[in-house]
Design a binder for this molecule. Sequence first.
Ligand code: PEP
Ligand code: MG
Length: 765
Amino acid sequence: MKPVEFFEELNKEDVDIAGGKGANLGELTQAGIPVPPGFVITSRTYDQFMKETGIFDEVMDILDSLDVNNNQELQQAARNIKNIINETGIPDHIETIIIEAYNALCHRIGREDAYVAVRSSATAEDLPEASFAGQQDTYLNVRGEDDLLKYVRKCWASLFGARAIFYREENNFDHSKVYIAVVIQEMVEAEKAGVMFTVHPSTGEEKILIEAAWGLGEAVVSGTVTPDTIWVDKDTGEIIDYQVSEKNILFQRNPEAGNTVKIPVPEDLKNKKVLSSLEIAELTQLGKRIQEHYDFPQDTEWAIEEGKVYMLQSRPVTTLGKISGEDEAEQEEVERIIITKGLGASPGMASGQVKIIKDTDELDKIQKGNILVTVMTTPDMVPAMKRANGIITDEGGVTCHAAIVSRELGIPCVVGTGDATKILKENTVVTLDGNKGLIYQGKIIEESDHKDEDKDKPTIVQQSILTVTEVKVNVSMPEAAKKASETGADGVGLLRTEHMMLTTGVHPKKFIIEGNEDELIKVLVENILKVADAFYPKPVWYRTLDAPTDEFKSLKGGEGEPYEHNPMLGWRGIRRELDEPEILKAEFKAIKKLHEQGYTNIGIMLPLVQHPDELRQAKKIAREVGLKPQKNIEFGVMVETPAAAMIIEDFIAEGLDFVSFGTNDLTQYTLAIDRNNENVADLYTEKHPAVLKLIERVIKECNKAGVKTSICGQAGSMPSIVEKLVELGITSVSANTDAVATVREVVARVEKKLLLKAARKIMQE
Ligand code: PEP
Ligand code: MG
């Protein structure tokens, strides 16, 4: 392995020496794709530097004696290691090789002391990205030998950020076996740049999506400007649609200081098309070649300098929607015979063999691709739900367990059929339509599978629209957090606890009674960490436990759960937690631990409050475990009872940072309709004027008092309600993963309308 390798010498197999980024740039170069030239300082060079200078042992000694659970110690150790690396001279023979390679690159570019980008490139593909935990750095516009060597060391040091050390330690990854490479690449001074998907990023259709803006690509990637959006037919190359947007800002290199600056776009370019037809054709050709080369749809970044197109980056498209059904090609289209109906609870079509689950010990019969049919899903069914192509239940409304989980998993689902477990026959093939709530006989190949409006929105659109009202996402399953974060959401407006607690199979009280509080805390820390990490540093509002007694019964230790006639009105939410403060305490202790590890992005939200006394008592318990509500941690309540909405002023007087509308419950309690009872489901609507009136008064009172407002019930995913909430001045909206893109667009549209209205009013005055 050589100390440096030029891109021409690398390919995708070289991840261990060149890191993921370096290997990928080598692969593209070798495939003849125009990539700005550059080289990689290999992982071996990092290793040599650490060992020859003797700092390897010094660093390992610091790590050996470190208690990563002591946050101060952890932060200090990370700082010390970084200082050691940044301040240790690179051995002459290594320095010479790096400088020679830089000079060779400058010669090739035709400029002395050329500007380059210096990027760290993680080498261990088999380790989760989190083991490098966002600590990998990129330095743009680096110029000259001294600066180059300085930033190379910074990239090496980025391997020892506090979060990366913590993560490796917690997951037993050996610090001495993690290496890092550094990519050095010519900086392209782009006149125009953007991204390109070689298929429709959410449906996989054979269309190319290009987003383009003036200046460097950062403007598009960071979402600072709304770029032009261009759709191209991949087969014919025909431009299907060119949406020109108003581009107010561009990024460019400051010629004096060499840094990147934001400047206003000249008036004549603001509303001008960024790309000519020729450039679009060239990009399309390149996109097709790259996809062909990798044999998989690609998500790329490109730039154009002096009329020449460069590809800067290419990775597999990870946002493609799930295509349901087994072997579609083999299937014949069949006549549509509806067998039964329910409520469409998670969009999409799915076909497969029916497996009826009467008891949880039958779950093993669900194989990949089956349709799971049951009276109502429970948390212990989730592993089987993940294997299923689709889910059908007898009971439930659109906010029941089956609906929430399947939306998060992206699996089509129909709930509340009333009779599916009786009418459907084991092992027969059916197709379900999760939009319309219909179950058809046999397998139907549905051309419009993904054509419903919401699914049609590409993920990239969300990243490029800026809104003042934050658009967040709801998470119930920590394992789905990464997917949720890829929507570009501004944080998690609701992290439900029930799933993570119930999947232990053990009643939380049993942990406490048997003296295993630590174990319970560990489960919580592990699960919450996944979400806090995926979204860091964006806020994550952890909602304390809210499980009705019937959901706890089947757990080990749950035998003593009381029987309740109506669990929805029973012992759940904050009222139960105040009766059993040990569980609440364990939750708070878990959050305290995470706070100490640097995850200060976590806030606390209390469910089902009906009196400010409950807020006061919960804050007291939080203080007892060392948290400081409203000082070092955001603290808020859900508005789910008409009582809370009617006396929100008293909650504000008690003190809180935010409220969030739990419209699933607020609707059931305002209208006296059990949200899980399919017999009254047709009367259940969040749009009822009484529900909207309660929401309106809460937003008004909170805005007066400077308390943040949000929504995390299902209504937060409904465009018509979101529209109204933005008009009322809500601070954020938290939607389901599959609705974030649409909600972001709705919010942007309403905000624009409000701005125009305000501007007109000012002009008239
Ligand atoms: C709600 O009630 O709207 C809510 C978000 O909480 P859950 O659905 O978990 O009761
Ligand atoms: Mg609720």
